[in-house]
Design a protein around this ligand. Sequence first.
Ligand code: BDR
Ligand code: CA
Length: 310
Amino acid sequence: MKNIPIIVDTDPGIDDFFAIMLANSHDQFDIKAITTVAGNQVLEKTTENALKIAELFKMKARIAKGAEGPINCELRTAGNIHGNNGLGDVMLPDTTRKLDKDYAWDVIYQEAVKSEGKLQLIAIGPLTNVAIALLKYSDLHKYIDKIVIMGGSTESGNRDAYGEFNIWVDPIAADIVFKSGIPLTMVGLNVTMKAGIIPQQLDELLSVTCKFDTQIRQLFTFLQKSYAQVGYSFIAIHDALAIAYVMQQEVLKCKPYYVAVETRGRHSRGRTVVDLDRSHKTKALNAHVAIDVDKEMFIKILKDMLKYYN
Ligand code: BDR
Ligand code: CA
């Protein structure tokens, strides 16, 4: 039964592709909207990708465009990992699908109100749209059940020593979201890298018959090359782990912590400073932070997803 209303806020993105694919395969999710943000590529490209992905999977969700760039700084993209078109230069079939007439932040608010507080917002790109929604609608917090973020890290980053891409691109937006008081789960690099898929596991996934075989093989192959260039022999599909967690909470072990976002650091811009020792006795524990992952369970979830599209 489709009884969990969700919105995926995203910057597709190869791992975003798999996250949307996974969300669409879950029989309990009622995907109200896919909202797009600039991140892995410029907004025009991430939005076109979202439209094409929705077409490929015959999704009914509203597709709404959001922010062209971060709140108070220049956009920096990740073409080195996701390619010039954001999807590993894989060409998905064209679509005549139209964008929603409303912007991402308005759609988030409208759907949150309609859900009467049950909406789960899964944010797998920079947090610009979510922050704008919070700034524009001061009562939004009342209508959101929780926000699950792929972003941040309890350890090192992937854009610099501590900055994880989604938070690093728009640290001011992330700061607003982490301070919102809405129940948050942070699915950071510390778990998404640990859930990295090694070549043998990738072969297992690719051996599952799925009607999107060709695109999936191309996307994985591109990602493998990108990861090899930065020195990894595995690939991480970060965003899909955030979706997997909303589907099946046991895939991650989470603990509540106080998390602050470094908005101005000279050496640690975008760092999610997780108070692991709980030294700030007076600070509220504002996020559930993923600290461990059941990788076997995650791989099984991905296999089941591929079977769904058989
Ligand atoms: C995050 O950054 C993006 O490149 C990915 O899509 C993911 O959301 C990982 O740091
Ligand atoms: Ca993403």
